[in-house]
Design a protein around this ligand. Structure first.
Ligand code: HEC
Ligand code: HEC
Length: 474
């Protein structure tokens, strides 16, 4: 959480994570029980039926017995409107395979609407290119909930400065600043200079509109030679006449303009269509007091928020903002988690190749800022239970493996990383050794010592996974 994301500060007391461990909880339970003894049966029935009216001290007791949210909020959702003509054209483009060099691949081929616009398969990475045999570097992110994503910055926000400081200078400054520790228990201070925002796993593109140019011309994706190749294909589309009616026939005659209109149509579709931000998950309904969580889901939510356990909410924000904006389960910041290398990727057959996120090779502008090597954007966890592939290199294929990684990386790295031929453990093996200092050892659950008992039991992991399923759109 930084000054660049003021709208995602946790709301004051709502289901606040346990800051001081078990003792406070027991006091709350005791208070709840005492309150009950006084209140008597009739009142008890009342609170069970209308949990929103229960006193705060009873909150946890209500959660435990009913699964209801004792402090419901009203969520502020984006207004639902019919799609504009531009967005309607964008929707057609999104599903149109004739825009690819192979003639077989549309945006939806890698961003499947049935899977929250994430990868249709559980492959490590998707295939593309002219012959549909080229392998990309990273698995496609889901495209839901990008509507609030801001442009890439290295905090403090350059938006309020008269003369923006060049990225490189900001990054130099960041080298001398201590990194803040992230705990789900305490809101972060707004001073640290941290990279945040942008699109793609490395934040290299700022706007949805610019983004669509990438896949159109990426040789491992839709593989068009250049803009003119795209424009040739656009001209053949009958539904593009709608754009002519909207912007004037001359836009269709000028290749540059046609290309830009098509890109803005694709982005208008993703911003306007409710399919990209439904906020109709079970957790949203729970936040609003309309549904109840099961025992497993409730325990999972607490473990997710607990700074001593999962500490997940430190980066994957779980609380609505004070004004009711629903949580997006990301703080939009970059972290180096030290995810193990994926030996199945073609690019990784070259032992000298490393996908280092912010410092390259997919983006080059921060190549000199080696303190960012290994950092990737924290993804939303909404709809993550729908994915068949996880992390920027697609190394894992189920949530249990992801949770085992978080739980064991610090205490039992031998269960996370492979060994070389001599039997040496290859810790942090997807980043050159000289950058291992960038990897997060400051935030729980990565703060443990080698050999410690990992913070989460198998049952805890089951419950966190049960909770993650409540974040799926329905
Ligand atoms: C061959 C598969 C493939 C195709 C086809 C494809 N994409 Fe993607 N998309 C990806 C991958 C992989 C990434 C992540 C790339 C990275 O991080 O470097 C991505 C990233 C994105 C992102 C950024 C998401 C985020 O969370 O940052 C958007 C938006 C997007 N694609 C939209 C589109 C649109 C629109 C089209 C059609 C014009 C399209 N994609 C076609 C694979 C594909
Ligand atoms: C210090 C910040 C931080 C904490 C704490 C954290 N995460 Fe993450 N999470 C990230 C980042 C960054 C990534 C992407 C890393 C990458 O791909 O290299 C990620 C990725 C994920 C993914 C993969 C999503 C996808 O689309 O591939 C899941 C699932 C996930 N986290 C769940 C959790 C859970 C559950 C916890 C608590 C046990 C947790 N995270 C704690 C920052 C964090």
């Amino acid at each position: 959480m930084t000054a660049t994301e003021p709208d995602t500060q946790p709301a004051a007391s709502h289901n606040a994570p346990r800051a001081s461990g078990g003792r406070r909880v027991w006091r709350k339970v005791a208070l709840g029980a005492a309150a009950l003894a006084v209140a008597g049966g009739a009142t008890l029935g009342w609170f069970l039926a209308f949990p929103a009216q229960a006193p705060a001290a009873m909150g946890r007791w209500i959660e435990d017995t009913t699964g209801a949210n004792p402090h419901p909020v009203k969520l502020l959702r984006p207004a639902e409107k019919p799609l504009s003509v531009l967005a309607q054209v964008g929707q057609k483009l999104f599903f149109d395979p004739s825009l690819s060099a192979s003639g077989k691949q549309s945006c939806a081929s890698c961003h499947d609407p049935a899977r929250a616009f994430g990868p249709p398969t559980a492959r490590d990475v998707e295939l593309g290119g002219i012959a549909m045999d080229q392998e990309g570097l990273r698995p496609p992110p889901g495209l839901t909930y990008l509507y609030r994503q801001k442009g890439f910055t290295i905090g403090p926000s350059t938006a309020d400065l008269d003369v923006p400081i060049p990225l490189d200078q900001l990054a130099d400054k960041a080298q001398t600043q201590a990194r803040q520790v992230k705990s789900a228990g305490t809101p972060a201070e707004a001073s640290a200079l941290v990279p945040a925002g942008g699109l793609f796993w490395d934040g290299r593109i700022d706007m949805l509109m610019d983004q669509a140019m990438g896949p159109m011309m990426n040789p491992a994706e839709m593989a068009n030679k250049d803009r003119f190749a795209v424009v040739d294909k656009l001209r053949r589309l009958p539904y593009l006449a709608q754009l002519g009616r909207l912007f004037g026939q001359h836009t269709l005659d000028r290749p540059e303009m046609l290309f830009i209109e098509a890109m803005s149509a694709l982005s208008a579709y993703q911003v306007e269509s409710g399919a990209f931000h439904r906020f109709n998950s079970k957790y949203d309904a729970w936040l609003e007091g309309k549904e109840r969580l099961t025992h497993a889901e409730m325990r999972g939510l607490r473990l997710f928020n607990d700074p001593e356990k999962g500490n997940c909410a430190a980066c994957h924000l779980s609380q609505p903002a004070a004004d009711g904006l629903p949580p997006l389960f990301t703080d939009s910041e970059f972290e180096a988690l030290g995810v193990p290398r994926n030996p199945r990727l073609k690019v990784n057959r070259d032992p000298a190749f490393f996908d280092m996120g912010l410092c390259g090779p997919a983006r080059q502008d921060l190549a000199r800022q080696t303190q960012y090597c290994g950092m990737f954007l924290t993804p939303t966890l909404r709809n993550s239970a729908r994915r068949g592939v996880y992390f920027h290199n697609g190394v894992y294929h189920n949530l249990r493996d992801v949770l085992n990684f978080y739980n064991q990386r610090a205490a039992h790295p031998e269960k996370v990383y492979p060994r070389d031929a001599q039997g040496r453990l290859l810790i942090y093996n997807d980043l050159p050794a000289k950058y291992h200092g960038n990897i997060d050892v400051a935030d729980a659950p990565f703060t443990q010592k080698r050999g410690d008992t990992p913070p989460l039991s198998d049952a805890d992991i089951d419950d966190i996974i049960a909770f993650l399923h409540t974040l799926d759109d329905r």
